[in-house]
Design a protein around this ligand. Structure first.
Ligand code: LLP
Length: 418
């Protein structure tokens, strides 16, 4: 189920490493995100060892889960980071991440964010338009420095994933068309405060086939050849993130096969390889623990109303995403077909439809594969304070984010004086 064994049953009880999930619910309440340090570590090491002797840098995509403890564990393993905002840069620095291993992606970097990133001396900006390049040149000039840049190109490849998370088609807002990239690289003399050091692409997320990655890398390698024949010194090739995970019955390539394919596809070049994995590092390293508040049986459906909602885990509502939902205490008797829903006032507020479960009020459920794009996409909709987060390390439980309080939630708000 998880791809790793961190979440497993022992005598009918679901555990995170050596800790029973029911203990976490009793001590810290629900809803609660639970992460496994060993699953996270194993996923990182699977990437790192698969690169073997190839010069590489794994830049974890912070947006997938930006908790400082997650970033810190990865930093200690040697990870770099892929950020998309000044806020994410601050998180990397607070977590002890190395700015020299950090790349800055995104179509809409503000000049203020550029300034912060230049001051922190990040490795590279992944630039997505000529307008952005001109703005970055000016900011670097005002700081009397030079910005290292990769152009993110759009290879026009179908990632065959959900349309909202497909980014490498020519109609998407991302990247620079392949047909324009060489001209822009050649215009370097117009930008004295820019140094082109890399070439970048990212075609989408939750890819379950290897072929789109191969198509993208072959197009990008063609461009790299052109740039080199024109005398440009490109130091690294960034192939983005996007490797899918198993939520249900998908069969994505393993981390080892994916990396081996990237290495094989690029065996003719000497450049350092960068990748920006998010989901494949943290997705199956975390679950969302929730409690059944009420059971409601109507003539049409059986509802299990739980204390986690779309504000805690938005993926089912937003992408019709499937997350497995497992009972924390197995009970094979009297299984019914349940709609697992939250308390938020929207029909779109569900965690899972048509799940065969045997439930009583007060039972605990684990929403699986929730480590990526779970907490990081959570909101306060319906004035719901955000969930607690804990990280399990063998038999130890570390609270890595306290449950939000109502006071924190309204702290910035003011009523009118009159
Ligand atoms: N690099 C760039 C430039 C990206 O835009 C992304 C993700 C990544 C790397 C990491 O991709 P990953 O390895 O995680 O697939 N909220 C959606 C996913 C959005 C992905 C956005 N970009 C979801 O919950 O499925």
């Amino acid at each position: 189920m998880s791809g790793f064994t961190a979440f497993h049953y022992q005598d009918g009880e679901l555990f995170a490493e050596a800790v029973p999930l029911k203990q976490i619910a009793a001590e810290f309440g629900t809803p609660c995100y639970v992460y496994s340090r060993s699953a996270l570590t194993q996923a990182f090491q699977a990437f790192d060892t698969a690169f073997a002797n190839r010069d590489h840098l794994i830049c974890y995509a912070v947006k997938a889960n930006s908790n400082l403890a997650i970033l810190n564990v990865l930093a200690k393993l040697g990870s770099g980071f892929d950020i998309v905002s000044g806020g994410e840069l601050q998180r990397v620095l607070l977590a002890g991440g190395d700015p020299r291993k950090t790349v800055f992606s995104g179509v809409g970097k503000t000049t203020d964010e550029m300034r912060q990133a230049l001051a922190a001396r990040i490795l590279c900006f992944n630039v997505e338009s000529e307008a952005e390049l001109a703005a970055l040149n000016q900011v670097a000039q005002s700081m009397q420095t030079v910005a290292s840049v990769s152009l993110r190109v759009n290879p026009d490849v179908d990632a065959k994933t959900h349309p909202y998370i497909s980014t490498g088609l020519k109609e998407n807002k991302f990247g620079i068309p392949m047909t324009e990239a060489a001209r822009i690289y050649q215009s370097a003399h117009q930008y004295p405060h820019i140094r082109f050091t890399g070439l970048d692409c990212h075609i989408g997320s939750q890819l379950t086939e290897i072929d789109p990655f191969t198509q993208a890398s072959s197009k990008v390698l063609g461009l790299l050849g052109t740039l080199q024949s024109q005398g440009l010194q490109i130091e690294h090739l960034d192939l983005g993130g996007g490797l899918g995970i198993r939520y249900r019955d998908e069969t994505p390539p393993s981390i080892a096969d994916y990396v081996a394919t990237l290495c094989a596809n690029t065996r003719t070049i000497k450049q350092k390889l960068l990748i920006e994995p998010g989901r494949s590092l943290v997705g199956n390293s975390g679950i969302l623990l929730t409690r059944v508040e009420y059971l409601k049986h109507t003539p049409a459906k059986n509802f299990a109303i739980v204390d986690a909602a779309m504000n805690d885990l938005m993926r089912p509502a937003l992408y019709q995403a499937y997350h497995a939902i497992l009972p924390v205490a197995q009970n094979p008797a009297d299984t019914k077909n349940y709609q697992v829903v939250g308390p938020v006032c929207e029909t779109g507020d569900f965690l899972g439809h048509d799940r065969a479960l045997s439930l009583d009020t007060g039972d605990l459920l684990a929403v699986m594969s929730a480590g990526a794009y779970g907490m990081s996409m959570s909101s306060n909709y319906n004035t719901r304070p955000r969930a607690a987060e804990v990280m399990v390390d063998q038999e130890k439980i570390h609270v890595i984010r306290q449950r939000e309080t109502l006071a924190q939630l309204v702290a910035g708000e003011r009523i009118l004086d009159e």
